[in-house]
Design a protein around this ligand. Structure first.
Ligand SMILES: [Zn+2]
Length: 240
């Protein structure tokens, strides 16, 4: 398995690593450690480069399976045992960390006001959407939710990462909020993201250290997608 440095330090932008395995069919390498997030929970995978000496290879895709984290490359594959230097596209990743944290904060605000669980979601840098089952939603709720979300972010709440044994997490259904977060059987430890005092859920993604880093957000719209089903969009304000 790959040592996933992003799990414990979302701010790590680069790493030295060794190529553990190569796969010429898909032009990808498995590394012993990485800062590249492989995607999941609605957060897209990272982009960046792997350097071997003077050669710089572009990482076009990152995935994970039971063997570890695979880095899909453009250009010729380095050999097994090679030492590589990996660097992620930090501007893009940091925007995703801020966006992802805003979405968890939105989950907390919606839960507190409506008691509604999130049913799905997706994001790109600076913008995301979450689906909720909110039978009580009315049009005038939108500015209220937007204001509460901005107030919560401005409280600079700490965002803490911890790890629970799988069986303890399975005993706490409130942690597993969405179908997209359903955990594969081989995961023995569950990572928990806690926006202290606002929202706590199982999550593999990368988030900022405190909510003030998100800056302020705009909720441009909440679409109705059928009875109770609301799709709420969130956008980061430019310049924080
Ligand atoms: Zn998440």
């Amino acid at each position: 398995m790959t040592d996933t440095l992003y799990s414990t330090d979302a701010y790590a932008r680069s790493m030295s690593a060794q190529v553990v395995r190569t796969d010429s069919d898909d032009n990808r390498v498995l590394l012993d450690r990485t800062v590249f997030y492989p995607g999941g929970g609605g957060q897209p995978h990272d982009l960046g480069t792997l350097s071997i000496g003077d050669d710089r290879l572009t990482v076009v895709r990152v995935t994970s399976d039971r063997d570890g984290v695979w880095h899909w490359l453009e250009g010729s594959l380095p050999g097994e045992g090679s030492q590589v230097e990996g660097t992620i596209d930090w501007e893009r990743r940091y925007a995703l960390m801020r966006t992802h944290t805003a979405m968890h904060a939105l989950c907390g605000v919606i839960w507190r006001r409506f008691g509604s669980p999130v049913t799905g979601g997706n994001m790109k840098p600076g913008e995301g959407r979450l689906d909720f089952d909110i039978p009580d939603w009315t049009a005038d709720a939108l500015p209220v939710v937007e204001r509460e979300l901005n107030e919560e972010l401005a409280r600079r709440r700490a965002v803490e990462v911890s790890f629970l044994p799988r069986n303890a997490a399975d005993d706490d259904p409130s942690l597993i909020r969405t179908k997209v977060n359903l955990l594969p059987d081989f995961i023995q430890e569950v990572r928990v993201i806690d926006i202290v005092g606002l929202d706590r859920q199982a999550d593999g993604g990368t988030h900022v250290g405190e909510t003030g880093e998100v800056g302020s957000i705009v909720i441009p719209k909440a679409e109705s997608k059928g009875r109770g089903f609301r799709r709420i969009r969130v956008r980061l304000e430019e310049g924080e």
